[in-house]
Design a protein around this ligand. Sequence first.
Ligand SMILES: NC(=O)c1ccc[n+]([C@@H]2O[C@H](COP(=O)([O-])OP(=O)(O)OC[C@H]3O[C@@H](n4cnc5c(N)ncnc54)[C@H](OP(=O)(O)O)[C@@H]3O)[C@@H](O)[C@H]2O)c1
Length: 283
Amino acid sequence: MVERQVALVTGASSGFGLLTVIELAKAGYQVIATMRNLDKQGPLLEQAEKEQVRNQIVVWPLDVTDRAHIIRIPQKISETFQRLDVLVNNAGVSMGGFSEEISEQDWRTSMETNFFGVVFLTQACLPIMRQQQRGKIINISSVGGVVAFPGYSPYSASKFALEGFSESLRLEVAVYGIDVVLVEPGAYRTEIWSKGFSHIEHTSQADSPFRQPMQAVVSFGKLLTRQADQPIAVAKKIVLITQKRKPRLRYAMGKGAALAIALKSLLPWKIFEAVIIKQIHKK
Ligand SMILES: NC(=O)c1ccc[n+]([C@@H]2O[C@H](COP(=O)([O-])OP(=O)(O)OC[C@H]3O[C@@H](n4cnc5c(N)ncnc54)[C@H](OP(=O)(O)O)[C@@H]3O)[C@@H](O)[C@H]2O)c1
């Protein structure tokens, strides 16, 4: 068994995933960086060389929507490292649009990636953690997993599902020394936003009845990205969570995240929804 603690991160080709791999390695972990397309490993490896942690990182292929990939993971871990201390379920996509117009494919991609990908990889890794009687499963949710905004229903549906799954799982596995944690970031400067915008703008036709509110959603999203925080804060927080003896269930992070969550729970729903509807249906 390797002496270093071992962490596995999904979606390590960019954004939070890439930065989390580097920060975990800097904190002393042996890191299994996984990504669906190994052609994208260049930036991660470059950063790892720069930070002098290249020898603590292995890169494995993993498309979280592919059960055949997932099924191979536990055996690979057992053969290579014989332990898994931290699993960071980070891979995600942001599918949006107005619900009536979103294709079945987009609904399914959202759930397959952001929800079922987490469920099945977690199932595959749990036996190792249970045998060890220790482990941390950190699921990257979103403020959108607690507060659903218009124009992002597939994203919110998948993250709400992730929240419910994580709450349940935490209660199931605590007795085995396994902690389940949700990280709920607000807006951070990663590629997910540009991928999301270009996608949302293509879900509606020129004659769509949702053209105007869609533009309002996209403009608000662009404003959020311009003001977004740097993603390194999330990577550093994930490392801090791995080092906590008793981590909380939820960590909301970033500009506006805690506020949006608090407003939803404190304001009467009628007022809360009136404010949002007014914003996207401005004449
Ligand atoms: N940035 C934010 O403001 C924000 C806020 C709240 C929550 N989040 C969450 O943070 C997580 C990471 O996103 P990010 O912001 O860092 O964006 P990102 O840079 O776009 O990273 C997303 C990662 O997920 C990977 N991915 C997508 N589908 C996959 C699949 N089927 N199998 C394996 N990997 C897959 C992407 O790989 P490819 O490079 O191959 O596409 C990429 O590495 C997501 O779960 C997202 O929902 C982000």
